[in-house]
Design a protein around this ligand. Sequence first.
Ligand SMILES: C[S@@+](CC[C@H](N)C(=O)[O-])C[C@H]1O[C@@H](n2cnc3c(N)ncnc32)[C@H](O)[C@@H]1O
Length: 265
Amino acid sequence: MDDGDRRWIESMPTAYERGLVEPVFIPFAKEIARRAAARHPARVLELAAGTGALTRELVSTLHGAALTATDLSAEMVDLGRGNAPAATWQPADAMDLPFEDSRFDLVTCAFGVMFVPDKRACFAEVARVLDAHGTFLFAVWGRLDQHGFQACVVDAVHEVFPDDPPTFLETVPHGYADTEVIRADLDAAGFDTVAIETVTLPLVAETAADVALGYCQGTPLRAQIEARGSLDDTTNAVAAELARRFGGHPIRTSMAAIVVEAMPR
Ligand SMILES: C[S@@+](CC[C@H](N)C(=O)[O-])C[C@H]1O[C@@H](n2cnc3c(N)ncnc32)[C@H](O)[C@@H]1O
């Protein structure tokens, strides 16, 4: 898929926030914020902050730290600023950071690195803006079969479009799930990997309909569905499959992410 297909635009951040943030992103935001607090950072940069799920957790755990939150999407930055006003928000591409060298002692990112086309360029920028003793703390999704909702959404959209299925979830959110590739990219950008581990958490959402709305209309999967057929019919088909697989109200399964801590060499 081309870079345009990775962007969060127009109404997508609102559907993302309504359907996905609480069940899918807040549990890992709490986990990452807990790890960030253990480092006692004073100057923190968040990349790909989206609507501010991790930002809010960082604000409540990192007392007194100066927090700068960034995202490529201006729409995300607007929503995020409203959700976490204690942070300083600005648009920024993670591959071209508008900050001077050694400006931060922690750079963090929840589920954004997978979207960056050139990981090594992004990691080199992170190394540049980090203090020599700083930490890069980030999470990416693990394998697709370790994420109950996302595996189910993939199966459901394959049923709807069997001849030409959308590939967004497999190739982008779950396209950076190899720990050896992550280690090699960090090494090439001048980092030592301090810790890299797969963390599995429970995944619980109030309704299948909201989760289906979040994935089908609140992520770049939306453009791939619209290019093939009806957005509403596909959203309904995904909701029905989520409810069939995981129960009615709430729906429950589990999800795994790779959590990484690295330091500049
Ligand atoms: C799955 S969302 C994660 C948002 C947030 N961190 C959370 O946990 O809810 C991915 C985010 O990456 C952002 N993004 C994509 N490419 C980016 C880039 N090159 N630089 C910065 N942000 C980017 C998107 O705009 C989107 O907000």
